[in-house]
Design a protein around this ligand. Structure first.
Ligand code: SF4
Length: 237
């Protein structure tokens, strides 16, 4: 795990213009700023380990401005990773500078680092948080961290992504959605089939499980949907 000691620069693996591939903003054109490293090691992750370069705030803003001119207009700047909240000291001045340039900020996060979120939530417009199920990540449970995170995030436009694999237990799934129902029951929840890189949903058993979990989740919350990853269907970054 790497934490940047700087608030003036951060390790960035890529900055690019593309279509948002997930959640309620799927299909919008965004500028993506991808931060290096993550505090998690999800079994299905295909993002960590990418080579980064340290970039100054001014260099990132210049690149965002260049992309906006070349490929805009963009609906949002998406801060993604890795885990952007590892660089919370850097995020706040970055978000403020982007908002001054009239960009909306979408923070894509594991939904666990609630202390770090508390310092930057005011500077974000939209928060896309994960609910990490231990049967899928092969990590420990983060239910209480997710609860604290959602309590902070819910003052903004927030939605939740849950990656689903064939290993998911219905009781584990219901337990996590119960927490959402207690904290912020109107938050949209997207169930997303686990996939890696270019592989697109080849598993009929997983599709049946998604169907079952959507019906189960819709009894607990008002907005539970099955989501796809547009970037994998369209083979775009
Ligand atoms: S939280 Fe996201 S970036 Fe981090 S290891 Fe898990 S899938 Fe990868």
């Amino acid at each position: 795990m790497k934490y940047s000691p700087h608030s003036e620069r951060a390790p960035i693996t890529e900055i690019f213009s593309s279509l948002q591939g997930e959640g309620p903003r799927m299909g919008e054109r965004h500028i993506f700023i991808r931060f290096e490293a993550c505090h998690m090691a999800c079994a299905y992750c295909d993002e960590t380990g990418k080579k980064a370069k340290e970039m100054l705030l001014a260099d990132i803003l210049n690149e965002v401005t260049r992309l906006e001119r070349k490929s805009g207009p963009h609906a949002c700047v998406s801060l993604t990773g890795g885990e952007p909240l590892l660089y919370a000291d850097f995020l706040k001045p970055l978000c403020v500078a982007l908002q001054k340039r009239k960009f909306r900020i979408l923070l894509e996060t594991s939904g666990i680092l609630w202390r770090q979120l508390s310092g930057v939530v005011g500077a974000c417009d939209i928060i896309a948080m994960d609910l990490k199920l231990p049967s899928v990540t092969r990590q420990k449970e983060f239910l209480e961290e997710h609860r604290k995170f959602l309590k902070l995030a819910k003052r903004k436009e927030t939605y939740i992504k849950v990656v689903i694999s064939r290993n998911v237990e219905v009781c584990e799934f219901k337990q996590h959605l119960r927490m959402v129902a207690q904290v912020a029951p109107r938050t949209p929840v997207f169930l997303q089939p686990m996939s890696r890189r270019e592989k697109v949903y080849p598993d009929p058993a997983l599709m049946r499980l998604l169907d079952e979990l959507q019906r189960t989740g819709a009894k607990q919350l008002s907005d539970v949907r099955v989501g796809v990853q547009l970037q994998k269907l369209m083979n775009i970054p």
